[in-house]
Design a protein around this ligand. Structure first.
Ligand SMILES: Nc1nc2c(ncn2[C@@H]2O[C@H](COP(=O)(O)OP(=O)(O)OP(=O)(O)O)[C@@H](O)[C@H]2O)c(=O)[nH]1
Ligand SMILES: [Mg+2]
Length: 318
């Protein structure tokens, strides 16, 4: 039997060499919160930062997965290696099931240059679990040129995943007024590229005009958010999406904002990890520590207000 440290090193080595099974195993480890997974991420972390990470978000059913499948196809035609991480999908990527035979995602599963994974990882805090970024890092380290992240919705939890992306693509479809409202209300940070999918729909032009209107109300940075229309199911408009993503990347590289963005994203990640761990520790002490129970009793008895109790609790833990 191999020593434990040795198998971990083997896994890291195979992962860095681009072995798909090693990558799958590694992601399972972080997903299961196995300490081995964390150790692995620590080991491979210096080898990350090379992949181009693009996040796709938007309401359910607008065609994010269909678009991503097309983009995977496109990337493969340019010999780029791709990983897709689909988070909390209502229609998860499964072997061949998701896109039917039209797009033949099943082919991608057999392609050693493509790695596809779904994760249902909404943590107890309502946010995305720690495993998400770890998985993206593992994909990056395994030598993927492109990492595509997919998440549903336009609310705050969705912005979290977007924190891991260099470029954010908001996917909408004609008639989905909700997301325009969300954009307007500023719930969602302005994305870098907007795709209006299902463009054969008669309301497409109206939708594009509405989005333009909303964008013109927002802050006018030096990047003008392009709006691309696609019919992903037929593979139409895909080149343009590819071009706009590339153009955005070139833009942030030139402006030096890629580094800034990554710095901000990593800061958010460190914060999220520490907040998550602190909360877990606090919950543990609430469960197990007699004096915390007494503290709570005081609050229940109205002798101590909740905020003062919180200060006491934090003082003990930090
Ligand atoms: N007419 C039309 N239908 C499309 C197009 N793209 C996707 N669809 C269909 O829309 C449905 C949803 O597509 P998905 O790609 O699963 O959408 P999604 O945004 O990933 O959905 P969730 O992950 O569940 O939020 C499927 O039935 C697709 O076949 C398109 O360009 N035109
Ligand atoms: Mg999907």
């Amino acid at each position: 039997m191999a020593a434990p440290g040795r198998t971990a090193a083997d896994l890291a080595e195979r992962l860095l060499a681009g072995d798909k099974r090693a990558l799958a195993r590694a992601i399972s480890l972080v997903e299961n919160d196995d300490p081995e997974g964390w150790r692995l991420v620590r080991e491979i972390y210096p080898r990350t930062g090379r992949a181009q990470v693009v996040g796709f978000t938007g309401p359910p059913g607008v065609g994010k997965s269909t678009l991503i499948a097309r983009l995977v196809q496109n990337a493969r035609e340019r010999s780029r290696e791709v990983a897709v991480l689909s988070i909390d999908p209502s229609s998860p990527f499964t072997q061949g099931a998701l896109l039917g035979d039209r797009i033949r995602l099943a082919d991608h599963f057999l392609d050693p240059g493509v790695f596809i994974r779904s994760m249902a990882t909404r943590g107890s805090l309502g946010g995305l679990s720690e495993a998400t970024l770890q998985a993206a890092l593992l994909m990056d380290a395994s030598g993927k040129d492109d990492v595509f992240l997919e998440t549903v919705g336009v609310g705050q939890a969705e912005v979290d995943i977007i924190d891991h992306a260099d470029t954010v693509v908001l996917v909408l479809m004609p008639g989905s007024g909700d997301s325009i409202q969300a954009l307007k209300a500023g719930v969602m940070e302005i994305p870098d590229v907007i795709v209006v999918n299902k463009r054969e729909h008669p309301l497409t032009e109206t939708m594009v005009r509405e989005i333009r209107g909303v964008l013109s109300l927002g802050p006018q940075g030096d990047w003008r958010v392009p709006i691309v229309t696609t019919e992903s199911a037929k593979g139409e408009g895909i080149e343009e999406v590819v071009d706009e993503i590339a153009r955005h990347r070139a833009h942030i590289e030139e402006e030096g904002t890629l580094e800034e963005r990554r710095r901000r994203n990593l800061m958010n990640e460190v914060l999220a990890l520490s907040a998550g761990r602190l909360r877990r520790r606090l919950e543990e002490s609430i469960r197990e520590d007699e004096s915390v129970k007494e503290l709570l009793d005081e609050v229940v008895a109205r002798r101590l207000d909740p905020a003062s109790a919180a200060v006491k609790l934090l003082e003990r833990e930090l």
